[in-house]
Design a protein around this ligand. Structure first.
Ligand SMILES: *[C@@H]1O[C@H](CO)[C@@H](O)[C@H](O)[C@H]1NC(C)=O
Ligand SMILES: *[C@@H]1O[C@H](CO)[C@@H](O)[C@H](O)[C@H]1NC(C)=O
Ligand SMILES: *[C@@H]1O[C@H](CO)[C@@H](O)[C@H](O)[C@H]1NC(C)=O
Length: 415
């Protein structure tokens, strides 16, 4: 794995202004902002953000800082067509990135392959092959590269992993397929708006693309137009999305509806606007296709290449199940929104019965975007922080407060 480190201030003049906004936002709130580039084993370059601590009293470089602080790292991994920015969209007292940094954690933010921050590549992004990924490649290739990099830089044994939506699918997949690789490196997997099966997802855009006919229409349209990426930043004005929205208007109409939670009164409207200022950030057509297949199959399955493609890839005509019952070592904490249009509570209640290492499960009055901008953010500031305190404690000079039971209805299992 090749990796590069650069204080972002050096790069800021040369890159997208939206990225500098993230840096400005972090620094204006009194924190240190860093940017790191990680190269995966298949040569995709991923851009990580990091908040190692507060600015005040620190004129140390990163190496000195790491040696002195010895803080436990947390990796935050965003969802579908999203980016690291979402973890910073809320007010400073609630945004997960800031809450964690203030609580003594070394906070790292992933950006999945193909999003606006991780388009740098040794592979040509105009090639169709570049976009041949879904959450499987993120689990197989992005996660190991990023996790190993963070542990190497911080000289820590383990990090806590927190995902939202697709950020959870890739870790469920990674643990089901390759848990031994991750078990010694990940202390706890915190899943916000977890997406495994999508049988009950009420989202119109998911329902629409899940019909074989509409899915074929979307894939054929994109193939014919030579379009491989979708819902990129500024999507309402890009030529490729204009073509897709012209050909299949429902996709674009329902996608807009999806991002606004079905009960918007749960969310802080002014912060939702900040969220939308940075969303969406792009992904592959293949990723949408994979989720559509999962909705249709009513199973959490590998990507479907068609019968002959599946024979070549999997030696069977149907793509294999991703078996989450195989996960046996990494504790998992699930935070489920009962107003979530993608990560439906019924599907997650099923997942709850399958997982051997479930350490926490709770449902909240939250939609899918609420996990970043909810008015009532106690699910995070109280419950997520208590789970972290139990499985991945920070070395705080000032304690967080009285330790609380991590859940009212679920006794944590001993691991
Ligand atoms: C950080 O500072 C130390 C001590 O001054 C120095 O040895 C080291 O090379 C510096 N590292 C970087 C990355 O600048
Ligand atoms: C493919 O599947 C068949 C039937 O299940 C099995 O006999 C064969 O060994 C498999 N081939 C490979 C390469 O795994
Ligand atoms: C906790 O932090 C203090 C002060 O920063 C440091 O001296 C100590 O070694 C740290 N302990 C652990 C276990 O990291």
């Amino acid at each position: 794995m090749r990796s590069m480190f650069a204080k972002s201030i050096v790069l800021c003049g040369m890159i997208l202004s939206s990225q500098c906004l993230t840096q400005e936002l972090v620094e204006e709130n009194g924190f240190i902002f860093e940017e790191h580039l990680v190269t995966t084993s298949d040569n995709y370059i991923l851009r990580l953000f990091r908040i190692p601590g507060m600015q005040e009293g620190n004129d140390l470089n990163s190496t000195e800082y790491n040696a002195i602080q010895n803080k436990p790292p947390v990796l935050l991994q965003h969802g579908l067509v999203d980016s690291a920015d979402s973890w910073l969209a809320h007010v400073s007292s609630k945004a997960p990135g800031f809450v964690l940094a203030r609580s003594g954690y070394d906070v790292w933010f992933g950006n999945s392959r193909g999003n606006k921050y991780s388009l740098g590549t040794h592979v040509d992004i105009n090639q169709k092959d570049y976009w041949a990924f879904s959450f499987e490649q993120m689990g197989d290739l992005d996660l190991p590269a990023v996790i190993d990099y963070i542990l190497q830089v911080t000289k820590q044994q383990k990090l806590a992993y927190m995902g939202h939506s697709q950020g959870t699918s890739q870790m469920y997949y990674a643990l089901a397929e390759n848990e031994n690789y991750f078990a010694d490196k990940v202390s706890v997997f915190i899943a916000l708006g977890p997406v495994i099966r999508l049988d009950h997802a009420p989202s119109k855009v998911f329902q629409f693309v899940s019909s074989n006919e509409n899915r074929k229409l979307l894939i054929d349209t994109c193939n014919n137009l030579g379009i491989n990426s979708i819902f990129e930043a500024n999507w309402l004005t890009t030529d490729s999305m204009r073509l897709i929205c012209g050909a299949i208007p429902q996709i674009c109409e329902y996608a807009l509806e999806f991002a606004t939670d079905k009960d918007p009164s749960l969310d802080d409207v002014s912060r939702l606007q900040v969220f939308f200022g940075h969303y969406p950030s792009g992904s592959s057509v293949r990723q949408i296709d994979h989720y559509a297949q999962i909705v249709e199959a009513k199973e959490f399955r590998r990507y479907d290449y068609g019968e002959s493609g599946n024979m070549q890839k999997y030696n069977q005509t149907v793509p294999p199940l991703i078996d989450i019952t195989k996960i046996s070592r990494v504790p998992i904490a699930m935070f489920v929104g009962n107003q979530d249009e993608a990560a439906d509570a019924v599907d997650n209640e099923w997942a709850k019965t399958q997982l051997k290492t479930l350490a926490f499960y709770q449902e909240y009055a939250l939609g899918h975007s609420s996990f970043f901008v909810a008015k009532d953010f106690s699910f995070f500031t109280t419950d997520v922080m208590n789970v972290l305190e139990k499985f991945h404690p920070a070395n705080l000079t000032e304690p967080l407060g009285e330790p609380k039971l991590i859940s009212q209805n679920e006794a944590p299992i001993n691991l």
